[in-house]
Write a protein that binds this ligand. Structure first.
Ligand SMILES: Cc1cc2nc3c(=O)[nH]c(=O)nc-3n(C[C@H](O)[C@H](O)[C@H](O)COP(=O)(O)O)c2cc1C
Length: 173
């Protein structure tokens, strides 16, 4: 499988946009933008996020005991871009506050999920950070969505769309 075929295929799978943060033993804050956030297990309560092994944040995140997943709201495209930009101080904007477990978080995030590190699994060129959920916060804001390499927002499906899709399905599409 050509990597470009996989990436262009996965570009058509919508995903959340999160900023994952932590603090290392020296007190330094770390963070990166990730769309690979998913729930894993209810008992115990586990979630995951995948982090590239070559990322500047990899050593920090694979060594910490806690991390915070900030699921971005639809107005936070600038935050998503900043935490994906190399070679800058991603925290310089000053929009992070101490949140769950004392970790740096975004007060206007859609959702925050605070985790203790359950395990780190090697998976090809990424590491899977599996977190045990310790605390959550839900704001009710509309989430930001990443789809077709663009930032977007969810639009509720209309009954008319459902009927049109059903008709296509019946017609053999
Ligand atoms: C919308 C979006 C989603 C991303 N999702 C991930 C992800 O799930 N995992 C990951 O390792 N990097 C992801 N990245 C890339 C990282 O945010 C970051 O750019 C990369 O780790 C390189 O950063 P570095 O300068 O710290 O090495 C994503 C970037 C964007 C813009």
């Amino acid at each position: 499988m050509e990597p470009t075929i996989l990436t262009s295929t996965m570009a058509h799978v919508p995903g959340p946009v999160t900023v994952v943060t932590t603090v290392d033993a020296s007190g330094r804050r770390w963070g990166f933008t990730a769309s690979s956030f998913s729930s894993v297990s209810l008992e115990p309560p586990l979630v995951l996020v995948c982090l590239g092994r070559r990322a500047s944040t990899h050593t920090a995140f694979t060594g910490v005991r806690h991390f915070l997943v900030n699921v971005l709201a639809h107005g936070q495209v600038g935050v998503a871009r900043r935490f994906a930009t190399s070679g800058i101080d991603r925290f310089a904007a000053g929009d992070m506050e101490s949140c769950e477990l004392g970790l740096p978080g975004l007060p206007v995030a859609c959702v925050r999920v605070a985790c203790s590190t359950h395990s780190v699994v090697d998976a090809g060129d990424h590491s899977i950070l599996i977190g045990r959920v310790e605390e959550t916060h839900v704001s009710g804001r509309i989430p930001l969505v990443y789809y077709n390499r663009s930032f977007s927002r969810p639009v509720p499906a209309r009954a008319a769309d459902d009927q049109r899709l059903s008709a296509l399905h019946l017609a053999g599409w």
